[in-house]
Design a protein around this ligand. Structure first.
Ligand code: SF4
Length: 233
C-alpha cells in the first residue's frame, strides 16, 4: 500500500483540505463564476466551450454580440456556421468552436426538449463538452457537487501537496480532489481557486511571502522551498 493510500494519511489530507477550503472561503466569500452567463444554462454551455484556451474576459466580451445575434439554442441551431465563426473568432479555435456550438444547440433543442440535461453522461454527449465543462454546468446551474479541473485548480492542488506538482492529468486530479473536498463545497472551492490563482498563486510568480496558506503551514511547495533555503545556510 502506498503511503498516501493509508487511511491515516487520507484522514490527514482531508483535514488539510478542509483547512484550505476554510482559508479560501474567508478570503473570497462570494465564489462566482467569472463568465457572465446571466442565469441562462445554455449561455453557460456556450461560454464554457468558448473559454477553451481563451480568457474569461475575452469570452465575456464576445458574449454580448454573440447572444444578441443568437438569443437562444434554437436560433444558434439554425444559424449558418460562418455567421457563428465570425462572432466567436476572437476566442481562437473558431472553426471547431462554432461547429460545436451549433451542434450542441441542436442537440439541446432536438434531444433534450430545449433544456440543458443535468446528468454527467448526458452532458458528455453534447458536442464540445468534456468533463470540465460538464462539471462547471452541474455545479453552477444545478448546484451539484463539481470539481472543475482548470489550469489554476490543477496547479494549486499540486503545489499544496495533494498530488505531485508534475501531475497535470485532469481526470486524475478530479478523482483525487473529489475524494478530499466536501461535496457541497466543491463547486465554489474551484471558483475560489481561480480567484486565488490569479491573485496570489500565479503560474509564473506565486506570492508565497504573503500567502495565507503558507502562513498556516498548508503549502507543500512553500514548506520544501523553506527547507531548501535552511539547508543552504
Ligand atoms: S505558498 Fe506559494 S505556492 Fe503555496 S499556495 Fe501560497 S502562493 Fe501558492
Amino acid at each position: 500500500m502506498k503511503s498516501k493510500d493509508r487511511p491515516a494519511d487520507r484522514k490527514e489530507q482531508k483535514e488539510k483540505m478542509a483547512a484550505v477550503v476554510k482559508v479560501l472561503k474567508d478570503r473570497y466569500p462570494a465564489a462566482e463564476c467569472a463568465l457572465r452567463w446571466e442565469g441562462d444554462p445554455w449561455r453557460l454551455l456556450v461560454m464554457g466551450r468558448l473559454s477553451a484556451q481563451c480568457t474569461d474576459k475575452r469570452v465575456n466580451e464576445v458574449a454580448g454580440p454573440l447572444f444578441a445575434a443568437f438569443p437562444s439554442a434554437a436560433d444558434m441551431a439554425r444559424a449558418e456556421i460562418a455567421a457563428i465563426e465570425a462572432l466567436v473568432r476572437p476566442c481562437g479555435l473558431y472553426h471547431t468552436k462554432a461547429r460545436d456550438l451549433k451542434e450542441a444547440s441542436r442537440q439541446i433543442v432536438e434531444d433534450f426538449g430545449g433544456e440543458l440535461p443535468r446528468e454527467m453522461d448526458e452532458l458528455l454527449t453534447l458536442a464540445g463538452v468534456g468533463r470540465k465543462i460538464a462539471h462547471l454546468l452541474r455545479g453552477d446551474v444545478f448546484g451539484l457537487p463539481a470539481v472543475v479541473t482548470d489550469t489554476h485548480c490543477i496547479r494549486i492542488g499540486g503545489r499544496l501537496g495533494f498530488y505531485p506538482e508534475e501531475e497535470k492529468t485532469p481526470v486524475k486530479v478530479e478523482r483525487i480532489l473529489t475524494a478530499l473536498v466536501e461535496p457541497e463545497e466543491s463547486a465554489d472551492f474551484c471558483h475560489r481557486l481561480v480567484l486565488f490563482g490569479r491573485e496570489v498563486c500565479s503560474a509564473r510568480s506565486p506570492a508565497c511571502g504573503s500567502c495565507p496558506l503558507a502562513e498556516r503551514g498548508l503549502c507543500e511547495h512553500d514548506r520544501r522551498a523553506k527547507a531548501k533555503a535552511r539547508a543552504s545556510l
